[in-house]
Design a protein around this ligand. Structure first.
Ligand code: TRP
Length: 343
């Protein structure tokens, strides 16, 4: 724990327990968080309360939560350096969400892109689809996740920008309505080296829900699967020297160059030179080698951690304790300012 003389900045981010992580999650998000592990006070939450805003199966949620934590640890979120907690274990997230929801204009929630997309998608599949009001409240709960820890830095992907803007609005609204309480977290979207695209349809982002699962490389895929998926990745019909280059009209090759770049730490220009004479086959073999090499330790670590329930339970317990301590401080302050009588 930090004291006043060594005040560290607080970094908080959360992720839904969505099951398997893919290469896009790993390279685009998780690897970026690991750079905060030294020199910052880090909180990393698995947001199971957010996961129930859409229909789900309880047994899957339970399993996915544990597997997700094991995957994040395998990706380098070191539980000795970051507090890994489970959102539903911490008193304060839903309490603060309620208080914030009373300050949040309904129209602002109805205008959120993610709410509109998710509800429209559910209705397009079934026009009687059930849409719970929790889906509408989702961004308020997310604001509570962030403000409960008074986080300085909240690394999120571009798709979360609107939610972070709402968090800033609600922090300001609370501060204005009651009195200065919350830090207004900066909007900070880390620039990632590469956007990882689908291997089969490289104009779309790599996604877990892709119908064609050869499109998506999971961090727990074994070497054989990695080779098969990269081997069948879409390239182009041209061949011969110079076919391996990044360009707008070669999205498949550009994507593979990006992947090889992050896996090897080389620039796309360097790689274009290195593969100037190569065929697509040779190039894909090199990409598969590099990805397999990068993911092997991740997979091994995952398998060891996920099998060790006792260790995972200890990790969560430690993370929960630290998170709860910080959360209680903030919640007490908020309840006082809102005029609730002391216990
Ligand atoms: N909505 C985020 C996502 O889907 C997950 C999330 C919930 C989150 N609460 C958060 C991210 C707080 C950062 C901070 O990715």
């Amino acid at each position: 724990m930090s004291d006043a003389s060594t005040q560290q900045q607080v970094v908080l981010t959360c992720a839904q327990p969505t099951g398997k992580l893919h290469l896009g999650n790993y390279l685009g998000a998780v690897r970026n968080w690991t750079r905060y592990l030294d020199g910052y006070e880090c909180y990393f939450g698995i947001v199971d309360l957010h996961a129930i805003t859409v229909p789900y199966v309880p047994a899957d949620l339970r399993r996915d939560t544990m597997e997700c934590i094991a995957q994040y640890i395998a990706c380098g979120i070191d539980p000795d350096k970051a507090n890994i907690f489970v959102q539903s274990h911490i008193i304060g997230h839903t309490e603060l969400a309620w208080i914030l929801s009373c300050l949040c204009p309904l129209g602002q929630l109805e205008r959120m892109t993610q709410f509109k997309d998710k509800s429209a998608k559910a209705r397009s599949e079934d026009n009687q689809a059930f849409i719970g009001s929790g889906l509408l409240q989702y961004p308020v709960l997310m604001a509570a996740d962030i403000l409960l820890y008074n986080a300085d830095i909240v690394p999120v992907g571009e798709d979360q920008k609107q939610h972070l803007e709402l968090t800033r609005d609600l922090a300001q609204k609370f501060n204005f309505t009651y009195s200065e309480t919350f830090k207004v977290p900066d909007l900070f979207i880390p620039k990632t080296g590469a956007r990882i695209m689908s291997l089969q349809n490289p104009t779309k982002k790599m996604s877990k829900s892709d119908e064609n699962q050869t499109s998506t490389l999971y961090i727990t895929d074994d070497e054989k699967t990695i080779r098969k998926k990269i081997g069948s990745a879409v390239t182009d019909s041209d061949s011969g020297p110079g076919c391996v280059r990044a360009s707008d009209d070669k999205p498949g090759v550009t994507n593979l160059l990006g992947i090889l770049g992050v896996a090897t730490g080389k620039s796309v220009e360097e790689l274009e030179k290195e593969f100037a004479e190569a065929s697509y086959k040779d190039f894909k073999d090199a990409v598969a080698d590099a990805v397999a090499k990068m993911l092997a330790p991740v997979r091994e670590k995952y398998e060891a951690v996920v099998a060790d329930k006792k260790y995972l339970t200890e990790v969560i317990k430690r993370g929960d304790d630290a998170a709860q301590k910080r959360a209680f401080k903030m919640l007490g302050k908020v309840q006082r300012k809102a005029g609730f009588v002391a216990r």
